[in-house]
Design a protein around this ligand. Structure first.
Ligand SMILES: [Zn+2]
Length: 214
């Protein structure tokens, strides 16, 4: 089992919403390995993605310490949103209609998020405006970014799902030939090559190795 912290996860999706979906590994729509194990993971990932400033990160963590039940609900909403983004992305990549359950969860998060989104100019930089008590503030830009991705035909047509075993990571294929197959050559690409080599020389079962995380 991989115990690397969520902040060390490679961001190979080429889009914030896909990198969020890639905080788990997937077999169909079942989460196989989850890096989003508590509310602080959600906060730390969001800080790493530039959605929360350091001050907002510290505020969220201290607010959550005093309101653990609300933080747990936000974590569950984050996980449900992540599954919805993953399932919608997989359907788009395969050319299938979007699963209705995923659409429903997605819309449940998108509608209120639109009412909250504001940007303010603070400390010489543009940031998302949040109040310290908004434990779910990071979910708003995530669902907003995902909506923009799914609604953009140029990006949507380049969406792919890695076929690596129990990977299921999504990415936007920006290669010139549009022939990128793997989330990363260092991970699933190399594992596939090693497996092919092994079977050619020693037919039989080969043990899977886990993702490379620096
Ligand atoms: Zn992969």
């Amino acid at each position: 089992m991989n115990t690397a912290p969520i902040i060390a996860l490679p961001r190979v999706g080429g889009h914030l919403a896909l990198d969020f979906a890639n905080t788990a590994e997937w077999q169909d729509s079942q989460c196989q390995q989850d890096w989003l194990t508590d509310y602080s993971d959600l906060v730390q990932w969001s800080h790493g993605a530039g959605l929360l400033t350091l001050e907002q990160t510290n505020q969220s963590l201290s607010q959550a310490a005093g309101r653990p039940q609300e933080a747990a609900i936000v974590l569950e909403r984050g996980r449900a949103l992540r599954t919805a983004i993953h399932d919608l992305g997989v359907a788009l990549a395969a050319g299938y209609p979007p699963p209705m359950a995923a659409v429903q969860v997605f819309e449940q998060e998108l509608t209120p998020a639109l009412g909250h989104l504001r940007v303010v100019f603070e400390s010489s930089a543009w940031t998302w405006h949040t109040r310290p008590e908004d434990l779910d503030a990071m979910l708003w830009p995530i669902v907003w970014e995902a909506a923009q991705l799914f609604a953009n035909s140029n990006l949507r047509h380049r969406l792919k799902c890695c076929p690596g075993e129990a990977c299921g990571w999504l990415f936007v294929d920006t290669s010139r030939k549009g022939n990128r197959r793997w989330c990363s050559m260092e991970d699933c690409g190399n594992r596939h090559k090693a497996r092919r080599y092994y079977h050619r020389h020693r037919p039989g079962e080969m043990k899977s190795s886990s993702r490379t995380i620096a």
